[in-house]
Design a protein. Structure first.
Length: 265
């Protein structure tokens, strides 16, 4: 191999001298000097190594370049965001004291004589009484809405709101009747009270003279809000019901036609 290289160099030198220009022998294949080919290969190798380094660097960041940086900043911001505190209203609801609605009613001097007379168990010790808890008066404890109904058809005959008095007495964790005061009452036929986002909603069914209990002619929906130390009316809506409801399926029997007398008769 060494002799071959020496011969190629010698031939190239002879050609250069003879022709007075660039040799075309074995020392200059294809018109490109041997040294130039070696340098070009080195540059190509270095460029390949540089590209490989850039590829490895991009892989180490997840392969998405600036997108990875943006996602990382968003995650860091989300992680640094403070956790919102728990709702105080939710905590108050969990810790709400349950009361005996029957004790509240029986110990209420404002209760009407008719409601007191009808306040009897329907079966065993089960009274026709519903109770709801919520924040109506911004008091120290949840307010209590109590509805009294009839046993037979569950028609409301009275709705009451009881508010916890500050410093009210308690017994074994349950507020007694002495700890609450009556701040609202509506004693009427077919009346019912509910709590809706801090408002007291009282619904009264409206009956015409010949309406059955199950089918009233309409209803009044009255919204009350706590103002100062009492409830005031905030809104009123009246709804009229269809008279067709409860009047059958609309397929009343048609009278049979009366036969006409014959001509001979």
């Amino acid at each position: 191999m060494r002799g071959l290289d020496d011969g190629e160099v010698g031939d190239g030198r002879t050609g250069d001298r003879a022709g007075g220009g660039v040799g075309t022998g074995a020392g200059a294949r294809g018109g490109v000097p041997r040294g130039a080919g070696t340098k070009a290969a080195g540059v190509t190798a270095m460029a390949g190594l540089a590209a490989l380094g850039l590829f490895v660097a991009s892989c180490s960041t997840g392969g998405t370049g600036s997108r990875d940086e943006g996602a990382a900043r968003a995650e860091a911001t989300a992680a640094a965001a403070p956790t919102p505190p728990a709702s105080s209203d939710a905590d108050a609801a969990k810790a709400a004291q349950r009361v005996d609605p029957i004790a509240l009613l029986k110990g209420d001097p404002k209760l009407g004589a008719r409601v007191k007379a009808d306040l009897k168990p329907c079966v065993a010790d089960a009274y026709p009484v519903d109770s709801s808890y919520g924040n109506l008066t911004d008091g120290s404890a949840p307010d209590v809405v109590v509805n009294v109904m009839t046993c037979g058809d569950a028609v409301g005959i009275g709705t009451y709101v009881y508010r916890k008095r500050s410093g009210g007495s308690t017994d074994s964790g349950t507020a007694t009747a002495d700890g609450y005061e009556n701040v609202f009452m509506a004693e009427d036929a077919a009346v019912y009270g509910t709590i809706d986002r801090g408002d007291l909603i009282v619904t009264k069914q409206v009956y015409a003279e010949d309406d059955p209990v199950a089918y009233p002619s309409g209803e009044d929906v009255i919204t009350y809000r706590w103002s100062g130390n009492r409830f005031t009316q905030h809104d009123w809506v009246h709804n009229d019901y269809s008279r067709a409801v409860g009047e059958g399926d609309g397929t009343a029997e048609q009278p049979e036609p009366v036969p006409e007398p014959s001509a001979s008769g």
